[in-house]
Ligand binder design. Structure first.
Ligand SMILES: [Zn+2]
Length: 143
């Protein structure tokens, strides 16, 4: 079937899809933060490494990392097809995540990485606690 988009439109659409690959998990974290009265965050802030959520006043960056793409130690799976290609790809992702975290910290940001699986009901309170503690720590020192 012919693509309904021109080549330029297609690449814009794909960029949008990629940048929102995490959407369901981000929405889940938004719901949790609202439920616990955590406010002051922004999405799509122009901050290095494109954090999923930015608390600018506290200079806290939060990433929600998908278990597969970012290599969660509990749920990372190794695809069987094109195994080597995937291993290299996922290793690059993990490497990039570490580099982004390091760079942001060097710029004075506090960085939290939240696994997709840490948003499930049974682990949600602990995850919210991590965010709350990070915010309080930043407020205490007046960053
Ligand atoms: Zn996981």
């Amino acid at each position: 079937m012919a693509d309904v988009f021109t080549r330029a439109q297609r690449s814009a659409v794909m960029a949008l899809i990629r940048s929102r690959g995490n959407r369901a998990t981000e929405l889940r974290l938004i719901a949790l933060m609202r439920e616990h009265g955590i406010s002051g965050w922004r999405r799509n802030a122009k901050v290095f490494g494109k954090p999923d959520f930015v608390f600018r006043a506290e200079k806290l960056a939060v990433f929600v990392d998908g278990c597969f793409w970012h290599g969660c130690p509990r749920h990372a799976t190794q695809p069987v097809n094109r195994a080597e290609w995937w291993a290299a790809k996922l290793a690059r992702n993990a490497q990039r995540d570490r580099a982004v975290t390091r760079s942001l910290r060097a710029l004075g940001w506090r960085v939290l990485r939240v696994w997709e699986c840490a948003l499930v009901r049974s682990r949600a309170a602990r995850t919210v606690g991590r965010i709350t503690r990070a915010l309080m720590a930043r407020r205490a020192v007046g960053n």
